[in-house]
Write a protein that binds this ligand. Structure first.
Ligand code: C2E
Ligand code: MG
Ligand code: MG
Length: 564
């Protein structure tokens, strides 16, 4: 082994440049380490490459030459299955030419006038080293569906662009297709692949000769590292138009996130942020494009902090549960019927944080179960404590996140909680938000059915904010509709809104469900709801969510009414 390495012939380098001075300088730099052959134009270069095809380690290729120029040489070499294994380093003074050459498959570039000797030597030897392992990676360079770069190659490339050209401004763009899995499921994988291909073509066309590089990172996620564009909305519209040609009903929708170039920030981080921006695109009416900005940066820092702090929050008991009463308003005065447990976080430095800030965050990474398990245990314990103290059971509903459904052992957890506290199953009610049913209908329905069979009462939360059809509603295993706040908000001022509330109440009666109206803030709203036949309301007008000690006053009051 050692012997063979010692006596290995020096590696062969072809230097191609029409200017003698350049050939000379490169020769001088490389001659101690390599065997060198020369060509002074494209035609000679091709001849030499062909002649030494089995021995050439690397070609140093000038781009601008009369007649056959470097691009043409590159194109020929890349078009040949065997020759394309030989790495080509391009020599150029012009930036756009470099990018184009890289896109055509050049392995690297050396700028003119030439860098320091050491730099050139280092590049040449690195490229040779890389290419010796190249057969291994070449197959992985491209994604076969879209012909864009594979993930690893893309990032390696982006890093090199940064390293060699720190002065270039490059934006990071992330795109994905909304609900791509449903598109696949509804139309078949082949159609799905076609969608990816059409988008891949559109991206490659956009990148053209010198706009940048693109990759399909995974599934339906695309990264583009490109020169700053004047109008990303326009770019997005162009891509979207291409997809619209594939289907009449415009059901294939793109989302785009952009992270504008920032000095000294690595491509990986730029793309993390572009991706975060892309994930911010939600809902129907919003623009499909989000550009990462300072506010998002702050939000991301906060998210990071909250994610880091969650464990401590549980251990140090910074999390606590507030209770908001629900009242039966068909009685006079209204009677306390139950409560909803709502999580609060008393952060030692950030103060009181509301669930709107962290619930969606923890849902997105699965940690919401930590919060929910805590709340369920607290709530079950609290019901038992109050029963002990006041001799009455105040049923409490807890929120179940869409994520909890996927955790094995949920049913067991809830059952053992009520049993270990000596409660009836009906004392702990479960609220599941409407959209969770529509997202993964079958799994959800199956689980909820089991829980209901166990005796838990099921409330559909935020009803009216999602898209469940009447048809679906009638077959869901639920007991209560919690009408979304949006219904109640305007009933005093809009007859139409009030009519809608009446319709919901009609539907509920028809389906034999009771209704809880959320977000009742005024006496007038309460009276209108009572008049329309709504039984139960929850809202600031009757009480804000309260810490358990304060909630006890409501229980006492309730007991005194009962005694009267
Ligand atoms: P939700 O389950 O629909 O809870 C009702 C929300 O409405 C609560 O907000 C409550 O404070 C608020 N609210 C009650 N009455 C009024 C009113 O009259 N006017 C207005 N404007 N708001 C009112 P909160 O506590 O900030 O919770 C927000 C959401 O966070 C909850 O909506 C629920 O989806 C989620 N959440 C809260 N606690 C938990 C939990 O322990 N686990 C899970 N997974 N989610 C939770
Ligand atoms: Mg709720
Ligand atoms: Mg709600």
């Amino acid at each position: 082994m050692i012997l063979s390495r010692q006596f290995k012939a020096p590696q062969l380098v072809l230097v191609v440049d029409d200017q003698e001075i350049n050939r000379d300088v490169l020769g001088m730099i490389l001659e101690d380490d390599y065997e060198i052959i020369y060509a002074s134009n494209g035609r000679e270069a091709l001849e030499q490459i062909e002649r030494y095809r089995d021995r050439l380690s690397v070609v140093l290729l000038d781009l601008i030459m009369p007649e056959i120029d470097g691009f043409q040489v590159l194109e020929r070499v890349r078009g040949d299955e065997f020759l394309k294994q030989i790495p080509v380093i391009v020599l150029t003074a012009e930036k756009t030419a470099e990018l184009r050459a890289l896109q055509m498959g050049a392995a690297d570039f050396i700028t003119k006038p030439f860098d320091m000797h050491e730099v050139i030597l280092a590049r040449v030897s690195r490229i040779i080293e890389l290419s010796e392992g190249r057969q291994l990676i070449s197959a992985a360079e491209h994604d076969r569906v879209t012909m864009l770069y594979s993930r690893d190659f893309f990032f390696e490339y982006a890093n090199r662009l940064n390293r060699y050209h720190p002065e270039w401004r490059m934006d990071a763009v992330v795109m994905n297709i909304e609900n791509f899995h449903s598109i696949n499921e509804l139309n078949g994988r082949e159609f799905g692949d076609n969608v990816l291909r059409v988008l891949g073509n559109a991206i490659r066309e956009f990148l053209g000769k010198d706009q940048g590089i693109g990759s399909r990172i995974e599934g339906d996620r695309f990264n583009i590292y490109c020169r700053p564009q004047a109008d990303y909305a326009d770019l997005l519209a162009r891509f979207q138009d291409r997809l619209n040609t594939m289907s009449d009903d415009a059901s294939i929708r793109l989302r785009m996130g952009v992270m504008p170039w920032q000095e000294g920030v690595e491509p990986l981080l730029l793309f993390d942020r572009a991706r975060a921006a892309c994930n911010m695109v939600r809902g129907d009416n919003q623009s499909r494009l989000v550009v990462y900005d300072e506010q998002m940066h702050k939000r991301e820092l906060l998210n990071q902090r909250l994610l880091n702090d969650l464990r401590r929050a549980v251990e140090e008991r910074e999390l606590c549960v507030f209770y908001q009463p629900k009242y039966n308003i068909q009685c006079d005065p209204p009677r306390l019927s139950s409560a909803e447990a709502l999580i609060r976080w008393k952060h030692p430095e950030l103060g009181m944080i509301s669930p709107g800030t962290f619930v969606p965050l923890f849902e997105s990474n699965g940690q919401i179960s930590v919060v929910d398990n805590f709340v369920w245990a607290e709530a079950a314990g609290q019901i038992a404590k109050w029963r002990e103290k006041f001799g009455v059971t105040v049923p409490v509903s807890v929120n179940l996140s869409r994520v909890d459904v996927f955790k094995p052992g949920l049913e067991e957890t809830l059952r053992s909680l009520v049993e270990s506290n000596g409660l009836d199953h009906s004392a702990l009610k479960l609220e599941v938000t409407e959209s969770a049913y529509t997202e993964n209908a079958n799994q959800m329905i199956e689980l909820i059915q089991c829980l209901r069979d166990d005796g838990f009462e099921i409330e559909m939360d935020d009803f009216g904010s999602g898209y469940s059809s009447l048809n679906m509603l009638s077959s869901l295993p639920i007991d209560v509709l919690k009408m979304d706040m949006a219904f109640v908000r305007n009933i005093e001022h809009s007859e139409k809104d009030f009519r809608l509330v009446e319709v919901v109440l009609d539907i509920a009666r028809y389906l034999n469900l009771s209704v809880v109206a959320e977000g009742v803030e005024t006496q007038r709203q309460l009276e209108m709801l009572r008049g329309a036949g709504c039984d139960i309301v929850q809202g600031y007008y009757l009480s804000r969510p309260l810490p358990p000690e304060e909630f006890e006053a409501l229980i006492r009051k309730e007991i005194s009414i009962t005694r009267e």
